[in-house]
Ligand binder design. Structure first.
Ligand code: FES
Length: 109
């Protein structure tokens, strides 16, 4: 199930808030998600690492496009969420949609 939330009124606001190379955590109710602005675009995913719940906002993205958790180094592919060595559950990815009406987060649960 996908719930849609408006994050910004314009794409310019999004890019000003999270410039290329930047990252930000967004809270939607009890849920926290990370938005990373990579060269390949915006990637949105759960903040909590599926391994042991560390904040992935503290992680970095490597040259393979994987977010690397800062606590134990598990790596999650930001195209599908799979951990590189299948050592734990997949990372839940979400969608960002940029339209003329604004920037929306598609929260997948
Ligand atoms: S909590 Fe993220 S790798 Fe262990």
């Amino acid at each position: 199930m996908i719930k849609r939330y408006k994050l910004f009124n314009t794409e310019e606001q999004l890019r000003a808030t999270i410039p290329r190379g930047g990252k930000k955590m967004v809270r939607i109710g009890e849920k926290r998600v990370c938005i990373f602005h990579l060269d390949s675009g915006f990637k949105v995913f759960d903040n909590l690492c599926p391994h042991n719940g560390h904040s992935l906002l503290e992680g970095n993205v490597n040259y393979l496009g994987e977010v690397v958790c800062a606590l134990h180094g598990y790596r999650f592919d930001l195209n599908h969420g799979r951990e590189s060595e299948s050592k734990c559950a997949d990372l839940q990815l979400h969608k960002i949609e940029i339209t003329d009406e604004g920037v929306f987060l598609g929260l997948i649960s």
